[in-house]
Every structure is written in structure tokens, then in C-alpha cells.
Design a protein around this ligand. Structure first.
Ligand code: NDP
Ligand code: 2IT
Length: 438
């Protein structure tokens, strides 16, 4: 950890992600001296390749704009680098490295051949015209294209990158590479190689995982009260599946504040506001005056609920919010976002025996379905929604079992955070040893 801090100064989120994993791995390293001998820990925290580039573009008024682009190709032991692109003003190397590091372990869990990587830009899509988004995406891809490919590195969406952005990115890739390689990006539109159920996959997968975790403790989602942070891709489809299972979702949020609807969120309204109109979540109360809107980012965790699903961004739940949730009787947390709980919040939940579905396992349904999209692209076929959804459900059932078994095997029963980290690590570590010092 000292080495990581020294070599990656100022990258707090990356330090945090590494710390969480290294703490989980203590019993593994004790039991397996071969990992130490092969320098696996030293190698696994060092990205295989880090790319940073200038992204110049012209806004609608003709002003020159310069952003910074990133792609961190973290680990290719088990497959081509795979992971999303994030467009958000907070993006810097430390955020992309934390996400890329987590992606390595996450991508090891579904049993599919995908390595770990992540990319993005400090570009802020908010308030930009469609034309500006397109010009930015084209400029970004004009550099990125030389570093990616269906057998090399396959980006997808993340915060600020959805179907619209993937479309513009794919269009430019196709043009400048002079080839139609659908498998170079995932999360594509259905007309050009996208997979049915990819849009829903992260949120649905999260709820499948939580269902498995509750079921292992003789509980279920039925009639549970749920609070979800975020109102983006992951939050919306987590809400949909939770409602299908008979849970009542009472709140959702965006970066400005949250809506509280004691009768249950009307998801069609949220979809219209967020997916179609791209407006703020406070618009909801214009459609449903009986609901309330409150400003603030952390205040949503003061609502009394049985299950909390943080689906917005990192460090959304700190120790203070964790204690409030526990005092209000929460029984389970499902991490839809990446690293939504601080390490202190995670410890607080675990010490209080709250069931915690960790991001690397619980939100892996998105990238797993991306891998299914890659398979369909290679086959030049497309599977039905039901087929993909069924595969996703099976994958989540298996990930829960894998994390649960690994936790038990290493003396950390019921600690799915440790279980996911350990199971993800073992496959990567064994593969790295098999492939020699590369
Ligand atoms: P979206 O861009 O679709 O939605 C992000 C949501 O989080 C928005 O409602 C956004 O509000 C809200 N938000 C609140 N605070 C912040 C903040 N400080 N920074 C950024 N967003 C904030 O992204 P996704 O739903 O795709 O991603 C949500 C989380 O899930 C991320 O952590 C992502 O890494 C993770 N994830 C996504 C996967 C996917 O397949 N898309 C797969 C696995 C994990 P506002 O609109 O006001 O910014
Ligand atoms: O964090 C994630 O797993 C994602 N944003 C999805 C990555 C992918 O390649 O589908």
C-alpha cells in the first residue's frame, strides 16, 4: 500500500480501491506463498498500459475547447481489456485507475473471457447540444481508435456515456478504421450489433444478486421499502426489477437532490424525464404533486428503508450515512454504482451484520451482458431478450455462489465484499502465474 501511494500520488480513489482489496486478500496471501513469489500483488496494482490524450473540439459558438481523454488498460490476463467510458467533469487519472482496477476483479467473476480496463474524459455532457456531444465523441475516438479493437480493448458506457454517445463513437470508429467491427464497443443500438437486455442488465443484475443474498437469509424483496440513489441507467432498471418483485421504491435522486414518493416511484415519469427529456429529477413533482423534492446529495440516506441501492457514483454513502441507515433499520445494501460506500461505511455495515452486496459482484451483470454482446457480434447473430435475460440471471446466481463460497473458504463467511475480492483475485492470479512474468 505504501508503494501504491508513493507511485500514484494524489490518486485518493485509486488508493481507496486498492486498500479495500488488499485488506480482503490477507488470508489468501498467507495461504498461498506462490502469489508472493510471483510478485502478483506488485503486478496487479500496476496497469499494463495507461493512455492520456488531448481532445480538441469546437463548441456551437465556434470556441475552441480542450478536454483530456484517458484509457487505462489494466489487466489482460483472461481476455481483451473491457470496461466503460465515463464522461464527467470530476474525471482524472485517479478515478479511471480506481475504476479500471475494480474492473479487473469484477470481470473475473462472471466466468467470461474479459480483462479489465476503463476510460473516459473530464468532458461535461450537461447542457451540451446534441451537435456538441457528437463533435466531442468524434474527436475523442479519433485518438482512441488506435488503442482499441475487438481482440484488444472493448469500451462501453458508464456515467455520462449511454446509447447516444456509443452511437457517435461507433460511427467515427467505423469511418476512420475503414471496417465494420461491431465487437469493438458494447452498449450499441439494436440496429447495429447491440444486445437486447444490455440496457437493463446492470440494474436487473443488481436486483438478481440482492434477491439471491436475501434468499440465502430466508428473506425476499417482496414488500420491502427501497431507496435508490441516482436516476441514470443503473438506477432506473434496478427500480424496474425491484418493483417487479413487489418491492416499493420510495426515492430516487440525481446530483442535485432527491424525490420522495411515499406511494412508490412512478418509473415511467422518471424514464421520460431522464431518458427522453434529459432534465433534472425535480421535474417529477410537476407530474406528481403529492411527491416531495429535497435538495442535497447525502440526505436521501436519512429516509427509513429496508434496502438501500446506491446507483449514482463513488463515496455516496459515508460512515455517517451508514449509521443513519442502520439506526433506521436497514437490512441490506446493494452496490449498483462502483465503490459507492467508503471503506469506513463498508466496515460499519459489516460490523453491524448488515447484508452487503459489493459492487464488483453485484453490478457485474452490465459487463457480463457486454461480453454476451461480444459473443453475438462474433457469431453475427442476436439472441432474444428472454435468452439474454435468462443468461444474465444465471450469471448473477453463480456470482453470488462464487463470492459466498470464497468468503466461507477463507474464514470470512457472509462477508461478500471479501468473497468477491478473493474469488476475483484467485482466477487472475493463477492465470498470471500460468502466463509467466509479462
Ligand atoms: P448515468 O450517467 O446513467 O447516471 C448517473 C446518475 O448518478 C445520474 O442520475 C447522476 O445525476 C447521478 N449522480 C449523482 N451524483 C453524481 C456525481 N457526483 N457524479 C456523477 N453522477 C452522479 O450512469 P450509470 O447509471 O451508467 O452509472 C451509475 C453508476 O453505476 C456509476 O458508478 C457507474 O460506474 C456504475 N456502473 C454502471 C454500469 C453500466 O452498465 N452503465 C455497470 C456497472 C456499474 P446527474 O444526472 O445529476 O449527474
Ligand atoms: O463499471 C462497469 O462495469 C461498466 N460501466 C460496464 C462496462 C462494460 O464494458 O459493459
Amino acid at each position: 500500500m505504501d508503494q501504491v501511494k508513493k507511485r500514484n500520488p494524489g490518486e485518493d480513489e485509486f488508493h481507496q480501491a486498492v486498500m479495500e482489496v488488499l485488506e480482503s486478500l490477507e488470508p489468501v496471501i498467507e495461504r498461498h506463498p506462490e502469489y508472493k513469489k510471483a510478485g502478483i500483488l506488485e503486478r496487479i496494482v500496476e496497469p499494463e498500459r495507461q493512455i492520456m490524450f488531448r481532445v480538441p473540439w469546437l463548441d456551437d459558438k465556434g470556441n475552441v475547447k480542450i478536454n483530456r481523454g484517458f484509457r487505462v488498460q489494466f489487466n489482460s490476463a483472461i481476455g481483451p481489456y473491457k470496461g466503460g467510458l465515463r464522461f464527467h467533469p470530476s474525471v482524472y487519472l485517479g478515478i479511471i485507475k480506481f475504476l479500471g482496477f475494480e474492473q479487473v476483479f469484477k470481470n473475473s467473476l462472471p466466468g467470461l473471457p474479459i480483462g479489465g480496463g476503463k476510460g473516459g474524459s473530464d468532458f461535461d455532457p450537461k447542457g451540451k447540444s446534441d451537435n456538441e456531444i457528437m463533435k466531442f465523441c468524434q474527436s475523442f475516438m479519433t485518438e482512441l481508435y488506435r488503442h482499441i479493437g475487438p481482440d484488444l480493448d472493448v469500451p462501453a458506457g458508464d456515467i455520462g456515456v449511454g446509447a447516444r454517445e456509443i452511437g457517435y463513437l461507433f460511427g467515427q470508429y467505423k469511418r476512420i478504421s475503414n471496417s465494420y467491427r461491431a465487437g469493438v464497443l458494447t452498449g450499441k443500438g439494436l440496429n447495429y450489433g447491440g444486445s437486447l437486455a444490455r440496457k437493463e442488465a446492470t440494474g436487473f443484475g443488481l436486483v438478481y444478486f440482492v434477491r439471491e443474498m436475501l434468499s440465502a437469509h430466508n428473506s425476499s424483496l417482496k414488500d420491502k421499502t427501497i431507496v435508490i440513489s441516482g436516476a441514470g441507467n443503473v438506477a432506473i432498471y434496478a427500480c424496474q426489477k425491484a418493483q417487479e418483485y413487489g418491492a416499493k421504491v420510495i426515492a430516487m435522486s440525481d446530483s442535485k437532490g432527491y424525490i420522495y414518493d411515499k406511494n412508490g416511484i412512478k418509473l415511467d415519469t422518471v424514464k421520460q424525464i431522464k431518458e427522453v427529456e434529459r432534465k433534472r429529477i425535480n421535474e417529477y413533482i410537476n407530474h406528481h404533486p403529492e411527491a416531495e423534492y429535497h435538495e442535497g446529495q447525502k440526505e436521501i440516506w436519512e429516509l427509513k428503508c429496508d434496502i438501500a441501492l446506491p446507483c449514482a457514483t463513488q463515496n455516496d454513502i459515508n460512515e455517517e450515512s451508514a449509521n443513519i441507515l442502520i439506526n433506521n433499520g436497514v437490512i441490506a445494501i446493494g452496490e449498483g454504482a462502483n465503490m459507492p460506500c467508503t471503506n469506513e461505511a463498508i466496515k460499519t455495515f459489516l460490523n453491524n451484520k448488515i447484508l452487503l452486496a459489493p459492487a464488483k459482484a453485484a453490478n457485474a451483470g452490465g459487463v457480463a451482458t457486454s461480453a454476451l454482446e461480444m459473443s453475438q457480434n462474433s457469431l453475427r447473430l442476436s439472441w432474444s431478450f428472454e435468452e439474454v435475460n435468462k443468461k444474465l440471471d444465471n450469471i448473477m446466481v453463480n456470482i453470488f455462489k462464487t463470492a459466498s463460497d470464497a468468503a466461507a473458504k477463507y474464514g470470512k463467511s457472509e462477508n461478500y465484499v471479501a468473497g468477491a475480492n478473493i474469488a476475483g483475485f484467485l482466477k487472475i492470479a493463477d492465470t498470471m502465474i500460468a502466463q509467466g512474468l509479462v
